[in-house]
Write a protein that binds this ligand. Structure first.
Ligand code: TRP
Length: 330
């Protein structure tokens, strides 16, 4: 029996952190057992908001590939590829753009929000308006059945389905309508209790070494009312405890009770947490060290994945051109 196909992507905008891991990657890693998986580093999408500063783009592409593979995406089972090296995606984007009504793009909530939020970036561009159309091309070029995404992406998935339906209606059944599959997320705040985000500098990066994890955890601020080690604490307002819920799953009730009873101090509590995080991330750390010993291997994986993804894209485009009655010359 053929497995259903999954496709998803991330923009290469810098190294990933544990928030990204629990928000998406963790799901992708698990889906590899069940589905035929395509994971795209969507560098063209990164250009839609970052076209003015491309100096780090190449590094970011390699960084995200290393993050993915060390987090457990397995190039033996999943196709890991680079969007911009599949020109068929650009062609499909162009062809779909002929059919997509402007109003569908203009009323997309992410378009309106981002225009306001990123005012300093001059993204009132043709390319940015077409962001969801490019995403539809990503998904449809591989005829994906299922697209694992976060909730923020639901409007884009709705649009992808509408774009597929419209094409199918005009030119005949060609694309399956891709279904969104919401990532199961484990909520992990940032080190300071706010949302984990690079711009708040409150992250644990997937690339952090055990010692840098220990140092970051050591500096976390705990319940301000727990000053001495035997003072009773309030775990529910403590970010260290929020981390324990994720990384010390089996003992977190016990930790909460002991903290409330003043049974241990914050220093000890943070040491325990740091060791649990280091333990959790140890396999990622090892895979990363291995990969970095042989950076040529990273290029090989991307090249190999991109070739495989390109073959499928070529087949789809041959069919699309035919449906649209474009003339093919030798
Ligand atoms: N827009 C997605 C995001 O910001 C990234 C993306 C681009 C994507 N193409 C995709 C996700 C195709 C899923 C499928 O997260």
């Amino acid at each position: 029996m053929t497995r259903k196909r999954i496709m998803s992507g991330m923009r290469p905008t810098g190294s990933l952190h544990l928030g990204n891991y629990f928000g998406a990657l963790d799901n992708w890693v698990k889906l590899q057992d069940e589905y035929e998986c395509f994971f795209s580093i969507v560098d063209w999408h990164a250009l839609t908001t970052g076209y003015e500063d491309t100096a780090s783009l190449k590094d970011h592409i390699i960084d995200i590939a290393v993050d993915w593979i060390s987090a457990g995406l397995d190039p033996e089972r999943s196709t890991i590829f680079l969007q911009s090296n599949i020109k068929e995606i650009a062609e499909l984007h162009l062809l779909l753009s002929m059919t997509v009504p402007l109003s569908w793009l203009e009323r997309c909530p992410t378009y309106k929000d981002q225009l306001l939020q990123l005012r300093e970036k001059n993204i009132a561009t043709y390319g940015f308006l077409g962001y969801p159309n490019l995403q539809a091309a990503d998904i449809l070029v591989h005829k994906a059945d299922v697209v694992p995404v976060g909730e923020d992406q639901l409007p884009h998935l709705e649009l992808s389905r509408e774009i597929a339906r419209r094409f199918n209606y005009i030119y005949g059944e060609t694309f399956p309508e891709p279904q969104a599959r919401l990532n199961q997320i484990k909520l992990l705040p940032g080190l300071d209790g706010r949302k984990m985000s690079k711009s708040y500098e409150n992250t644990i990066a997937l690339s952090d070494s055990p010692d840098s994890i220990r140092e970051k955890v050591r500096q976390m601020i705990t319940d301000p009312e727990k000053i001495r080690k035997n003072d009773p604490g309030h775990p529910d307002i403590c970010s260290v405890y929020a981390f324990h819920k994720v990384f010390s799953e089996l003992q977190h009730d016990e930790i909460s009770e002991t903290c409330k009873a003043g049974g241990f101090g914050c220093v000890q509590c943070k040491k325990n947490l740091a060791e649990n995080i280091v333990h959790f991330m140890a396999p990622m750390y090892e895979r990363r060290q291995d990969l970095l010993k042989d950076t040529g291997r990273i290029y090989e994986i991307l090249t190999h994945g991109t070739r495989h993804a390109r073959k499928i894209a070529q087949d789809t485009l041959a069919q699309v051109r035919d449906r649209m009655n474009l003339l093919e010359l030798e």
